[in-house]
Design a protein around this ligand. Structure first.
Ligand code: ZN
Length: 177
């Protein structure tokens, strides 16, 4: 069976501070439990709390599935979050909307040498050059902090509350595994 997560992807100055603040509030609201367990995919996350129904539309489904927790991801750099289920990530030029070839995109998403100047991604359409994270991402988002909600269908008012706690906007990416 495939797993689904809604992922809130943020680009913020201080990812660890924002994560700590959101975690504090989401625990205080009893939407998740404070002690991490293995309730997420391949890591540690916070299981559903006693008041999870204030955050999602499908509380009964979520209580009985695996994975069903809240996971915080800090990549330590800006990363492209995209659904890994075979759909390919794609980005387009912010100026002329030409798509970047997939192999070029993947090359720019790979590991970087911190001692060398960053390579800019050159647009095949208009020739503009810019860092990869300044391209427009589709069905995906660039960020340095992500909140994964495994199997949750987030309510719109809850997304607004997270936005207030984070003092930041974010992009919601649907993630299938
Ligand atoms: Zn262009």
């Amino acid at each position: 069976m495939s797993s689904h997560a809604q992922v809130l992807v943020l680009r913020v100055e201080e990812p660890s501070l924002v994560a700590a603040k959101v975690l504090e509030q989401i625990v205080k609201a009893k939407i998740v439990e404070p002690i991490p367990t293995d309730c997420v995919m391949g890591g540690r996350g916070y299981p559903p709390g006693t008041r999870i129904e204030t955050a999602i539309d499908n509380p009964d489904d979520v209580r009985h599935v695996v994975p069903n927790g809240f996971e915080i991801d800090f990549p330590g750099k800006i990363e492209l979050y995209f659904p890994p289920d075979g759909g390919r990530p794609w980005v387009t030029c912010a100026a002329c909307r030409s798509p970047l070839e997939e192999d070029v995109l993947l090359g720019h998403l790979g590991p970087r040498n911190p001692f060398r100047k960053r390579k800019l991604a050159r647009c095949p359409g208009c020739g503009d050059e810019r860092p990869i994270e300044d391209w427009v991402a589709h069905d995906s988002a660039f960020g340095n902090l992500a909140f994964f909600f495994w199997s949750w269908h987030l309510r719109v008012d809850f997304i607004g509350r997270v936005q207030e706690w984070a003092s930041s906007t974010f992009v919601v990416v649907d993630y299938m595994l």
